[in-house]
Design a protein around this ligand. Sequence first.
Ligand code: CA
Length: 388
Amino acid sequence: MKITCVTSHVLQYDMPELLGYSQQYYNKRTAHLVEVETDEGVTGWGECFGPGNVALANKAIVETVIQPLIVGMDPMDRDVIWHKVYNLTRDHGQKGMPLQSLSGVDIALWDIAGKVAGLPISKLIGGRHRESVGVYGYGMMLRPEPVEELAARFVDEAAAIREMGFAATKMKIGLGAKEDLVLAAAVRRGVGDDFDFMADANHAYNTHDAFYVGRGLEELDAFWFEEPVAPEDHMGYAELRAGLKVNISGGEAEFSRWGWKALLEARALDIAQPEVCALGGITEYLRVLALCHAHFTPVVNHVWGSAIAVATNLQLLAAMPPLPGGLFPREPWLEFDTTDNKFRDNLLQEPLNIQDQVKANDGAVQIPAGPGLGVQPDRDFIAHYKIA
Ligand code: CA
């Protein structure tokens, strides 16, 4: 079997409202899907992390840098392809957009391998440790409005996410250390005392301010404090981890086994959040997962994007071994965005219906059992939203 063509589909629509995180507000939803075709008619799908114009630049990397390197190769040779592409792009970026682009291609190759074998990706990896996984719903995005108004909104939104049946919830912070604690207190009021919530700063802080926020989060019994400082600041992470009781999480902006090796050796994380659509695809994710577990660091995958990214992560979460194991292990969660996202809800021929499953199954969702990713995108839907 040979690869004949690699195509990026960049989808976009205008969102119904302006949402934000600590770095920016945004009003467009983007998804970057990768399609790999073969001479035997088997087609695989993948997804690259990266919104807006980043997706357009990544499309150029996928189609004009990676495609010529791999057309004619056997799509079953995933590891050979990974190393060929990585080695020939190493001089131009060991992190960031070249790895995001390779990720989408690699995921599509795993989809092809699953379709050829007639098995879901979780079975190719080594089998399913679980048939369903709990889902945490994130929301409470920043909006350009006064903190009191935002706090009132967060009380209601947090309560609504709990009411929807999610296993836990996550909020954005990053308005400033004092303002953030007003928002976090609002979320605690909204969900009540017996429910996990997490706070995501998207690296808004230096270590000093992160300690202030972290101590406040501890008093509110938050479960984790995500990306408190810049991803390059491994020592800052390690200091926060040593000095705070709240779990320190991060890693979505880290790439490849070599980036993760440095992060883990710095003892920077209580909870690792690898992003499979960015760090190098499933092939590299499995090496990063092994490194995390070698450091006894639990993993809760970072999930962002369309139903292809969600389906990819469902396969990975099924195949993730318990750490450290036992009768009552803390199970991984699926991260799920509760804000408007047509690319997650309506992209597939048979939708995953995550929200309905969460409501009906006490916060959990089934892992698809079909070959490969176990899902098929709707080409008419793609054509409708495709901008490049
Ligand atoms: Ca995050």
